[in-house]
Every structure is written in structure tokens, then in C-alpha cells.
Design a protein around this ligand. Sequence first.
Ligand code: 13P
Length: 257
Amino acid sequence: MSLAFRSGRRPILAGNWKMNLERKSALGLAAAVRERVGERDDVEVALFPPFVYLDEVARLLSGAKVKVGAQNCCDEASGAFTGEISAAMLVDVGCDWVILGHSERRHLYGEGDALVGAKVKAALVAGLKPIVCVGETLAEREGKSTEQVVSRQLSAALAGVSRLDLARLVVAYDPVGAIGTGKTATPDQAGEVHRYLRGVLGGLHDMEVAKSMRILYGGSVKPDNVRDLMQVADIDGCLVGGASLKSESFLPLLEFR
Ligand code: 13P
């Protein structure tokens, strides 16, 4: 049994497909994951397809242990927001989860801390479980401002979130330099930031709730490094990009123990 599970926190394996796959490969991959996960409940598995496939993937996974989430949502509930998707729409098509504040949203599309915070609130109101991403850039790491950056991002995203709602929320630490580069953070590096983030969560509310919350690691997670990462006490799961796109690389991640 992994440390993450001994801690009382059920590990999560999340596959962020980003802007990849098409209908046929998306449904094929979701079916393969459903089959492999079966009735396992020692790990929570969630898939994050592009918006247009959410409905079909959620139907395919209806009744299965594998859950579905979106990669983003709007901070507004409804109205004249061309091109946006509301949190309630995501619930309507069967989503349980939503990823918010991913570094690609922050850095490629200019999403700032305040917008991420507003999205978190909108998602919680609609009944979604947010995975809130934080992470420093390589320059920020080299400038030794990792803690300052992730603490600012987390505090802004969670400002005004009640203790009760925190229990529905998951944090993901995705150091930008590790995303899609093959340069995974070492278990020690990741563990240090995860421990720090748990302390920040404790400071926002209290250590009891902080200890119950899951903090995922994301950034070049692969079958050959998942075990070492998951051994780290404060790493409660992984948010996987590239390796989540093929059953050959995603399914072996389930054997992280
Ligand atoms: P990679 O696993 O491709 O590095 O992506 C990580 C990530 O961005 C998770 O959301």
C-alpha cells in the first residue's frame, strides 16, 4: 500500500488529454481505461478530454469507476460570452471534475490569479470538483521564487473558499519546466514543494483540512517514474499529460504501488 493511501488520502490518477485525440481514439482510450480500472477503488481515475468529446466519453463511462472532467470552464454562469463553456454545462454532460489554472492557460492564454479564483468559485457553485494547478516557471525556480509563486497562486485561487468546499478540491503542482519536456522533477524536489503547499493550505484554514486534501504532481509522469513519485509522502497522485494519450503508457501508471 502506498504512503499516499496510508495517509488516508485516496490517490488520484488524472489524464489530461489537452488538445489531442479525435472521437474514435478518445472513445477507444476511455473504453480501455474503463476496462482496466474495473471495480478498483483504491485509486480514483479521471479523464479530461477536449470539450467536444466530453458528452460521449461521459456516456461511455456512465456507471464506471472512471470519472470525467473538463480542462477549463468559464467564471461566469451564463450569458454573452462567445466561445466559453459554463461549469453547469459541464455538470449537465456528466463531468465530475474540472482542471483550473493549468500553466498552459496561465501562460499561453493570460489567465491571471484573480480569474482562476473566480473560476474555482464558479466550479464549486455548479457542484464540480476543481483540480487547481499551480507551478513555477523554470526562470522562477532558478530565481529561487518557487515558494513565493506557488503560494501566491494557491492563496489567490482559494481565497474565499469555505473549509467545506476545500474538501472537494484537489491541488496539482505542475512545475512548468517539467511539462512535456521529459524533465520530471525529482521525487525530492516535488516532495519539498508538496510539503510546502500543504503548509500553505493549513495556513489558509487549518492543518486538519490540509492533511485531508490531495496534492497531485504533474510534469512528464511516465510508467518508469510514477512509482518513485508516488512513494513520496505528500504526493497523492499524478496529473498526466503526454503519457495519458495512449493506453500503453497510461494503463501501466495504474500499477504505481
Ligand atoms: P506532461 O505529462 O505531458 O508533461 O504534461 C503534464 C501536464 O501538463 C499535466 O496537466
